[in-house]
Each structure stands twice: as structure tokens, then as C-alpha cells.
Write a protein that binds this ligand. Structure first.
Ligand code: DON
Length: 305
């Protein structure tokens, strides 16, 4: 088998050829400033070796990758019964911001990885005095970086422009799905999505998940193993939205994407990988990050099946 360094080098060259196929997200005005030519990757093995290439240190907003942390946070603070009385665990086959099944299928959002599901999940965490502060503490511990901050301008841009999310939140409030006022749940959700990270941060988080919730660097358990299992299962079935089936077939690793251009992937017992490139495909997944993971999966034999 080729070395990890060589696999990364080849993966980056392969992925770059696909960048012109993607477009930067513009529906959140602040994200439109992203550079579609950027591409970066960071891979951290369980023994702590860090590999990286390209724009791996570029900060970008975590966006929907925060939905995995939101789920961990809600399961830790509100518990299994509460969270899964608000949100299901089935894939939708619809876009991440689709409202349609809330009205036609079930009142509850189908899973915590779509926008409506994450808003409902976030609403379970409002008993805490400072929900976003506690979420940031958890995020910083999972990513192993104390200095992680909110990107204030992306947060304000989302808050101002997020009318689809607002529509879904108010619909859920009218159906008594939310545990708090819609605007409170939305504010926490917008903040969660606007946390600024690098591929190194997300690769560290991914390796914690790969190591069953224990930080391999310190030996400290950060997430209970029953929660890790739920999160990774939902990453496989719903982590790439209506592209989850194809990603499972082609890449075969639990992963989560965000419209900021990141994809985080967790290779059981072996490594965490995060790739970043702001050019997105039609489903909101990073074209470059997707191709980096596809190549690495094949070259390093990471596919689960
Ligand atoms: O609410 C939104 O639409 C964004 N804050 C997050 C969506 C997202 O990242 C979907 N990802 N591929």
C-alpha cells in the first residue's frame, strides 16, 4: 500500500481537477466571499501523527458539521428520551433545508442532521444557563483547541437571511415540537453553524469519534460510547443529506458535511480526516473535499464494506 503522504498528495491533485464543477454557497450572503479555488486536508491517526496539505489551516465556518456536536450536546444534557421524542432517525432523501416532510410525513423532523432536525435538537438544550457557552466548551474540547471562536459576521448574516430555517422553526413551534420559543432555538442553531474551525480542528474531533469517544492524545473520555455509536450511525445514513447513499457506496466512511466547505470523516479505530474546499455540488457538499475523501478511501483502503 502507498504511504499516507503519497496518498494525500495524489488525492489533492485528483480533487483539484473537480473544483471548477462546484459553486460557493451564496444563500448565506457572508459565505459568498469564499474562494472556490481553495482546498485543504488534515489527517490525524490514532497514534497522534498529523498529515496535512493545501489550505489545511484556513478557517471556515463549521455549518452543518455542528449538527453532530449539537446531537452529542443534546444527548448529554437532555438525554435520549427527550431528544428522540423531538426528532427521528430516518434519512429523508430531500435537501438539507427542505420543509416538505414536516407537513406531509411526520410533524417531527426525520433526523438530527437536517436543518429542521438540528433546530429541534438545539431546542432541547435550553434548560442550561448559557447553552451556547456550554456548546462552545464541548466543541473546544472535541477539537482540542481552546481558541475556537464564533464568526460573528457569518452568524449575523445567517440570522438575517435564514428565513427558510425560521419558517421550519415556526411550523415546528405551532406543532409543539420545540422545547422553547422558535427564535431562541434558531439563535442557538445559527450560532452553532457559525463556529470558525480549521481542518485540523475537525480531524481531531473525528479521531475522538474514531476512538469511541476517548481523546487518543490524553486518554480522556469526552463522549459516552452509546452516544458515539448513535452519531456515527447517523453520519453514515444522513451525514451527506440526499447524497448519503452515494457517499456510502463510493467512500464508505461515516462523514458529515457543511456548506462552509468542510467534510469531517471518522475511520473506526484508525484516524480522523477533515477536508475543506468552498466550492459545493448541487446538494451542498464540497466538491473538492468529497473527492479527496473518495481518493483516500480507495488508496488507503478505508471503505467499511
Ligand atoms: O442553516 C443552514 O442552511 C446552514 N447554516 C447550514 C446548512 C449546511 O451546512 C448544509 N450542508 N451541507
Amino acid at each position: 500500500m502507498i504511504s499516507i503522504e503519497q496518498a494525500i498528495d495524489e488525492a489533492m491533485r485528483y480533487a483539484r481537477t473537480f473544483l471548477p464543477e462546484g459553486k460557493v454557497a451564496t444563500y448565506i450572503p457572508e459565505l459568498a466571499h469564499g474562494d472556490p479555488g481553495q482546498l485543504g486536508v488534515c489527517l490525524i491517526t490514532k497514534d497522534g501523527t498529523v498529515y496535512h496539505d493545501g489550505d489545511w489551516q484556513q478557517e471556515f465556518t463549521i455549518q452543518s458539521i455542528s449538527k453532530t456536536i449539537c446531537l452529542i450536546f443534546a444527548l448529554q444534557t437532555a438525554g435520549y428520551e427527550k431528544v428522540f421524542s423531538k426528532v427521528g432517525v430516518e434519512p429523508t432523501g430531500d435537501a438539507f433545508n427542505s420543509i416538505v416532510k414536516l407537513e406531509t410525513k411526520t410533524l417531527h423532523p426525520l433526523n438530527p442532521m437536517i436543518n429542521a432536525g438540528a433546530i429541534a435538537t438545539a431546542s432541547c438544550c435550553m434548560d442550561l444557563e448559557d447553552p451556547f457557552g456550554a456548546f462552545m466548551d464541548l466543541t473546544r474540547r472535541l477539537c482540542g483547541r481552546e481558541s475556537i471562536q464564533l464568526n460573528e459576521s457569518v452568524y449575523l448574516s445567517e440570522k438575517k437571511s435564514g428565513m427558510r430555517n425560521r419558517s421550519m422553526a415556526y411550523l415546528m413551534q405551532s406543532d409543539n415540537i420545540l422545547e422553547c420559543d422558535a427564535e431562541l432555538a434558531l439563535d442557538l442553531y445559527f450560532r452553532m453553524c457559525s463556529v470558525s474551525v480549521t481542518t485540523e480542528d475537525l480531524a481531531r474531533y473525528a479521531v475522538v469519534l474514531a476512538n469511541d469517544g476517548v481523546d487518543p492524545a490524553t486518554g480522556e473520555r469526552l463522549v459516552e460510547n452509546w452516544i458515539v455509536r448513535i452519531v456515527k450511525t447517523l453520519m453514515v445514513t444522513c451525514g451527506m443529506y440526499d447524497g448519503s447513499g452515494e457517499f456510502a457506496m463510493k467512500v464508505g466512511i461515516p462523514a458529515k458535511s457543511g456548506v462552509g466547505g468542510g467534510i469531517m470523516a471518522s475511520v473506526e479505530d484508525r484516524m480522523g480526516i477533515a477536508a475543506f474546499g468552498p466550492a459545493l455540488d448541487a446538494k451542498g457538499n464540497s466538491v473538492g473535499a468529497y473527492r479527496v475523501l473518495e481518493y483516500l478511501s480507495q488508496a488507503l483502503r478505508l471503505h467499511y464494506f
